[in-house]
Design a protein around this ligand. Structure first.
Ligand code: 5RP
Length: 271
């Protein structure tokens, strides 16, 4: 057994459920001040509800209390901004930095079917080689190029490649017949949320993904851009860890939203 690797993975995947709710807040690394993340203070109340954050080193250094108990997985790829060629990423954060920050994992994107496909896949190989020396789990993110379809053929191809190159877990997008993607990928898969959806749709997608065999989410915009981020992350947790249905989780989200509105009203009355 590789103790360090297993120990770090157990900080990401809850040992009781075997699943994870990762909160993705790394968007600024290529998008700049993304809606919902303009002020990173907004995510502080959500952190205790996440099993793991997916973050850049800049966010860890500047915005997160070092006494936090929540694990984090560090995005280590980057380079282009939203204005450039997105697939032109390299590894920009060292393993030494990940260890120094006490990361429980490192993550990078691969761009299957895009311009720099080959370089991003060999970068993943190099990252896995280095991470292996320190027992550091690697998350491969299958970024979907603008021209790529989101179907089992394409997503399945990208996830399988990521696992074959050695990633310990994979983040990808949900698609119809997702169980086929899971079947073809020998390591755990977590789903990204993608663009903001109405809350019920995002919760239904989460339920569908979990039922199809996903081991959790690494969700960003559908949580931090919700009108009740706290209600939404609790609702996602209920599906991922407790097997709640989307309808049950939606009730929780609505309660969270109501409580937040009442608390805001109470604050206004005091002023
Ligand atoms: C950006 C990422 C994000 O972490 C990922 O897309 C998850 O966030 P969202 O749920 O907002 O899609 O990897 O490249």
């Amino acid at each position: 057994m590789d103790f360090g690797l297993e120990n770090r993975l157990s900080r990401i995947f809850n040992p009781r459920s075997g699943r994870t709710v990762m909160l993705a807040v790394d968007h600024g690394y290529f998008q700049g001040p993304t809606t919902g993340l303009r002020d990173m203070k907004n995510i502080i109340p959500l952190i205790p509800q996440a099993d793991c954050l997916f973050v850049t080193r800049g966010t860890m250094r500047n915005s997160i209390d070092p006494r936090t108990n929540t694990a984090f997985c560090l995005r280590v790829s980057g380079g282009p901004s939203i204005l450039g060629e997105l697939s032109n990423e390299d590894i920009i954060t060292s393993m030494e930095e990940a260890i120094r920050l006490n990361a429980s994992g490192v993550g990078m994107s691969i761009f299957v079917g895009a311009k720099n496909e080959d370089r991003t896949i060999s970068n993943l190989g190099r990252l896995v080689n280095e991470a292996q020396r320190y027992g550091m789990p690697v998350l491969a993110i299958t970024a979907v190029g603008r021209e790529m379809g989101r179907d089992t053929r394409y997503i399945g191809l990208a996830c399988r490649i990521a696992a074959e190159i050695g990633a310990q877990f994979v983040k990808t997008y949900y698609c119809d017949d997702f169980h086929k993607v899971v079947e073809g990928c020998p390591v755990p898969i977590v789903i990204a949320g993608g663009k903001k959806l109405p809350e019920m749709e995002a919760l239904q997608m989460t339920e569908n993904a979990i039922r199809a065999g996903a081991r959790g989410v690494d969700m960003g915009r559908n949580i931090f851009q919700s009108d009740s981020p706290a209600g939404m992350i609790k609702a996602v947790r209920a599906i991922v860890h407790k097997g709640a249905t989307a309808a049950e989780a939606f009730d929780m989200y609505q309660k969270g939203r109501k409580q937040a509105a009442e608390a805001a009203d109470a604050r206004m009355e005091k002023v």
